[in-house]
Write a protein that binds this ligand. Structure first.
Ligand code: AMP
Ligand code: MG
Length: 526
């Protein structure tokens, strides 16, 4: 295998669009262009903490064998075929237009070409200032980089559409952060994650062009995105292609959010600049996997007053974000109401897919009937009233269904609850089990088929926030054993073998975790 400094990278995005070629990192608006060329700022002492070997072999990326090669993942060395840049985008943040944002700390180095139209961008996050850094330093701290590295890889193996992470490097330079926004900033170790995706384009890349009246650029970007990433779109004319493109983005994004609800993921900052045009989970910041099932749970301290980005609001926020994308694309078509007409069916589409997904978590396949919708409603009540853990509930439920006695079933479910199940809740659970059993009996389903469906839908392992918190603390002390265990577990999150291999990773979140900042809630300060 060639070494990383000799591979020939592509620069298709840079070559396809207008850009700012000044290499000037000073903060500014870059009107009329889609990106600004910028080189990463070198760091003092890069150390490789983690390497995704499966992803690397898929990409044909050789393991860095010496400081020069490692330097590429720290921004210290460039491969001569690379033309690094930061993308210009805007976005709606917390419901308001925020103007130009752009990659304030992400720098795309180049593209890896695997086959015709199979291209992956390689991007450093935390690699130094760019024209879009505004007041930021362009850097990232170890705790947040570790979270992105582990979570994005975990999402991939959980079968949730996501950008990926190739490696995690500490920089040797400290970064100042006011983690709790309490006016007491502290030094934290800096780090860089190398991210991989077919494209990091967001809704915001389209929005900024519309907002600034750069319609030619918007048209070009839209056609390019369709051609590269949605080649199946076929339309007689430009307008119908734009409409079909919007429809695809809606479908991909909805699928992503359904998958978030399936595994209990809360993104935390669903601003339109954090919405991938490919329907990938992108920009892992103050996200969290949900421990106890709470529909209004938001991990983001900035989001606490309104809980705009709470777990159960994610589909309606997606809808809101899609309306913003529709507005941007309306700059390209005459019949503006085509987007609105399509979005009128969004809620029904969501509900159909949601009930299908939730019933599959209970081992039931097929189009949900009214009875199944009632069952899912009841399930949600049980989850809330029983103070159940989102993940463990379904793991234990699977063991409980083959038990004959209702008391035994409840005893098994108790292991998935953060409280002792009281008699009233016990009655609710019995009612739920009775309905479940009658549905199963009437539909002539075999227990083994139900169990098979449940095993595919319900993970055993999720990277809980407290585990990521502990892992970051241990890494700061130079201990990578928990990281190694997490990386092993996340590759087979549905495997029942994990119960034997590393049962401690599968437990309920400990009591202390709910009280410790950084475990339960997180700030955007990363
Ligand atoms: P986020 O909330 O992380 O999606 O970031 C919103 C905007 O702030 C994006 O334009 C980021 O690139 C930018 N940003 C976040 N953190 C930093 C940082 N440390 N330095 C520079 N820009 C940043
Ligand atoms: Mg972002």
């Amino acid at each position: 295998m060639q070494n990383i400094l000799e591979i020939k990278f592509k620069n298709i995005f840079v070559e396809s669009f207008l850009g700012d070629h000044s290499l000037d990192s000073s903060s500014r608006e870059t009107l009329g262009v889609l990106y600004a060329k910028i080189n990463p700022t070198p760091v003092s002492g890069p150390v490789l903490l983690a390497w995704s070997s499966d992803l690397a072999s898929e990409l044909g990326m050789p393991f860095p064998k010496n400081p020069q090669e490692l330097g590429l993942f720290a921004g210290n060395n460039l491969n001569p075929s690379m033309i690094p840049y930061s993308a210009r985008y805007g976005g709606h943040q917390f419901g308001h237009w925020a103007g130009q944002l752009g990659d304030g700390r992400a720098i795309t180095l180049g593209e890896i070409h695997l086959a015709e139209k199979k291209i992956y961008e390689i991007q450093l996050k935390g690699a130094g200032v760019t024209p879009y850094s505004r007041r930021g330093d362009g850097r990232a701290v170890l705790r947040s980089s570790l979270r992105e590295f582990v979570m994005s890889e975990a999402m991939f193996y959980l079968n949730v559409p996501t950008t990926r992470a190739l490696c995690l490097v500490t920089t040797g330079d400290d970064v100042v952060r006011d983690m709790f926004y309490n006016g007491r900033p502290e030094y934290e170790p800096g780090a860089i994650v190398t991210r991989i995706a077919p494209s990091f384009l967001r809704f915001g890349n389209f929005e900024i062009l519309f907002a600034k009246g750069e319609i030619e650029n918007l048209k070009k970007l839209t056609m390019w995105t369709i051609d590269r990433f949605y080649p199946q779109i076929y339309g007689d004319n430009f307008e119908s292609k734009v409409f079909l493109f919007f429809k695809e983005v809606c479908e991909h994004s909805l699928l992503m959010v359904i998958e978030w609800l399936r595994v209990g993921f809360v993104h935390g900052v669903m601003n339109t600049d954090n919405m991938s045009i490919l329907g990938l989970t992108i920009d892992y910041g103050p996200f969290s996997m949900m421990d106890q099932y709470q529909e209004d749970f938001t991990p983001n301290t900035t989001d606490l007053p309104g809980r705009r980005y709470a777990f159960i609001k994610q589909p309606s926020i997606l809808f809101w974000n899609l309306q913003r994308l529709a507005t941007a694309l309306s700059g390209l078509v005459n019949a503006q109401n085509i987007f609105e007409n399509y979005l009128a069916n969004f809620e029904q589409n969501f509900l159909d897919q949601y009930y299908k997904m939730m019933s599959a978590k209970l081992g039931l396949r097929g189009q949900p009937s009214e009875e199944i919708i009632n069952l899912v409603q009841l399930l949600k009540e049980v989850l809330v009233l029983g103070h159940f853990d989102m993940t463990l509930f379904f793991v234990k439920f699977k063991s409980a269904i083959s038990e004959d006695k209702l008391e035994h079933k409840i005893k098994i479910l108790q292991e998935a609850s953060y409280l002792t199940i009281c008699p009233e809740v016990g009655e609710k659970i019995k009612f739920f089990f009775n309905l479940y059993t009658s549905i199963v009996t009437n539909s002539h389903l075999q227990i083994k088929d139900i169990e098979q469906v449940m095993s595919k839908e319900n993970p055993q392992f999720i990277p809980r926030n407290y585990l990521l918190h502990q892992c970051a603390q241990e890494l700061e002390r130079g201990d990578s054993s928990l990281l190694d265990r997490l990386m092993k577990a996340l590759k087979n999150p549905y495997s029942e073998g994990l119960q034997k291999d590393d049962p401690d990773l599968l437990k309920l979140a400990p009591d202390w975790a709910t009280r410790t900042p950084g475990c339960s809630t997180l700030s955007c300060s990363s």
